[in-house]
Write a protein that binds this ligand. Structure first.
Ligand code: ATR
Length: 286
């Protein structure tokens, strides 16, 4: 006996990465489910993602989460992809299996879990507005459609990008369904009628900006969801709050996407409620 104990190693790779809450989340999951593992932050040079992953794997790493700006490179690096990663066109979770690298994307399922389970709002038969058509929007598109909303409108500053997502959605919906979801693209000013759920997948919140939508598309029964989060409400949530909408930021999505990655790696499903509550508390204490 050498006395050396091998601990399974995982990490989150990004640039920047110092802000990442993933190590705290996975440490809580590991403690809760008695998994013997470590999970660290890994700062990869902007031009050194593949090298960083390879070094980590060669040193015994078993899996990694991938964040900005490497999700497309992770997609390209994977030797095989889950269906949801293929649909998202991006990878946020890698699992190393010998010479193989499995690429998954747990963002969309994380968003849906947070809305349905944590907020208690079903997507089925609802009228939903998805704002934005970049990587974040694409990543959640098919998991939203899988919940069978009545209608999905995709609005974006650059209309052609929203139209591309509509095309992707239609191709997906056309397969195996005789009751397809009504999917369309729109300009901000073309939006009319009220929505049951509005999801902000733009990065406008980063510049404390709100897409120029009319307050008339919101009501007191609307769930306004911002995929971003912070110590204080985003500009979109402040705007939606004035219309009396139910508000939710992306902290729950962060925890739920982590739970899905943890399940992929360890085969154990962690409990998320207490972890989300703790994270919220520490965010508000900042
Ligand atoms: P991400 O990976 O976060 O989705 P992205 O792929 O660069 O990043 O996409 C950013 C999204 O936010 C896009 O939909 C972008 O609109 P455009 O396609 O027209 O560029 C949207 N966006 C960014 N800043 C915005 C703003 N101030 N107002 C409205 N939409 C904004």
């Amino acid at each position: 006996m050498s006395g050396v104990v091998n601990i399974d190693q995982y990490c989150v790779i990004g640039n920047p990465i110092a802000h990442s809450k993933s190590p705290a989340i996975h440490a809580r999951f590991a403690a809760q489910t008695a998994q013997h593992m470590t999970y660290q932050r890994l700062l990869a040079p902007l031009d050194g993602f593949v090298e960083s992953v390879t070094t980590f794997r060669d040193a015994g790493g078993m899996g990694a989460n991938v964040t900005v700006p490497f999700k497309l490179e992770a997609y390209a690096l994977a030797t095989h992809l889950t269906a949801r990663a293929q649909a998202a066109g991006a990878v946020n979770t890698l699992k190393f299996e010998g010479e193989q690298i499995l690429g998954d994307n747990t963002d969309g399922i994380g968003l849906v879990a947070d809305i349905v389970r944590n907020a208690g709002v079903a997507l089925r038969d609802k009228r939903i507005l998805l704002m934005g058509a970049g990587g974040a929007a694409r990543g959640v598109l098919l998991p939203i459609l899988a919940e069978r909303p009545r209608e999905l409108v995709i609005a974006n500053r650059t209309l052609s990008k929203a139209e591309q997502l509509v095309e992707l959605a239609r191709n997906h919906c056309a397969i195996g369904s005789d009751d397809p979801v009504l999917v369309s693209a729109a300009e901000w000013t073309q939006l009319d009628g009220q929505f049951d759920i509005i999801i902000n997948a733009t990065s406008a919140s980063l510049s404390d900006d709100v897409p120029p939508v009319s307050a008339s598309i919101l009501s007191a029964s609307t769930l306004a969801y911002d995929m971003m989060y912070g110590a204080t409400p985003t500009a979109f949530l402040r705007f939606a709050g004035t219309a009396g909408a139910q508000l939710r930021d992306g902290l729950g999505m962060l925890v739920e996407q982590a739970a899905e990655a943890f399940y992929l790696w360890r085969g154990v499903r962690p409990e998320t409620t207490a972890v989300l509550a703790e994270l919220r508390q520490s965010l508000e204490a900042q």
